[in-house]
Design a binder for this molecule. Sequence first.
Ligand code: GLA
Length: 381
Amino acid sequence: MSTLATSFTDLFGHAPDACYAAPGRVNLIGEHTDYNEGYVLPFAIDKVASIGLKVHPAAAPRLLRLASTHENAVVEVDLGKLSAETITPWARYLAGVFWAFEQRGFMLPGADILLDSTVPLGAGLSSSAAIECAVALGINEALRLNLTREELVLLCQSAENNFVGAPTGILDQSASLLSTAEHALFLDCRTRETRQVHLPLSESGLQILVINTRVSHSHDSGGYKELVAACTTGASQLGVKALRDVPLTALPAAKETLAPDIYRRVAHIVTENQRVLETIELLDSAGPTAIGQLLTQSHASMRDDFGISCPELDLAVDAALAAGALGARMTGGGFGGSAIALVHTHDAETISARVLQEFAAAHFITPEIFTVLPGPGARAL
Ligand code: GLA
């Protein structure tokens, strides 16, 4: 029995029916473009949220018993009275998925779930989407509900938007459910078309370093909502359905008409969409060594135009570049979390040491630095 299954049995007094895992993600490029109906290019990492799941008999009271290896208490939730306010925050991501299935018309039985996650919390690596996707995949498979993975993406997004209350896009859940090993996932967030883009990092002698600044952030608080609102305002003032519809060539005219803070947000989204397309072209034609500059340009755009970086993220990027990284940028929602750096494997140690040294000199919290490779999406264990 796996460690998770053993812990489950010790806690609940019976074995799980099955265990499932769903990964966190790194977004290679394409930041805040998802809710603007644009392009993203994430990949799944080898840090995962795992769950043990046992579904109760249909005739039993519809009760969820939710536990986490990081928490002490078992949280009990009556499926007949699901409301986020009455549930402790960490358990909302699990209960929210049950809520979203019920919204789709499924009447679910109760269940026992034990969560164990290795995705660092608040690090911009989609710890919450990983939990949602593990639960959604588990329910879908255990109860044979036959939803497609694409449907599960939308269901998990709905749990996060409408139950937890964070107005996020489909980037994180898509990465967790649709990724495949050794590939980045190109997603057109309007048409939902995907393409697996080969990302042969090891073969190219490269690694991606994640630098978790440990400055934590949360997307159900103000900052993220304001960004979504600014983008919506920009789109409506430019007379388009979404910023995806604004071509690069329209930016000079937009600068004349929009308020400066709205224009800067628009400029980031429009140029970022273009950078995603260029990154894919370069990956196809020249491989990952060639994309460094685009990553660094993306960071500058988020720092100077979109306004979502912070001193720790800027230092992580600058120090990595100064020590020889091919490119670096913050990844995820911003206001903290992690930066990524594309590095030659033989430079990884020197670059990590330089970042640690500069953080110490600046009296910032010591960052957590580790390498990631593009791994598989959510799966039964
Ligand atoms: C968070 C959200 C995503 C996306 C990113 C920024 O991770 O959950 O939907 O908007 O921020 O790219």
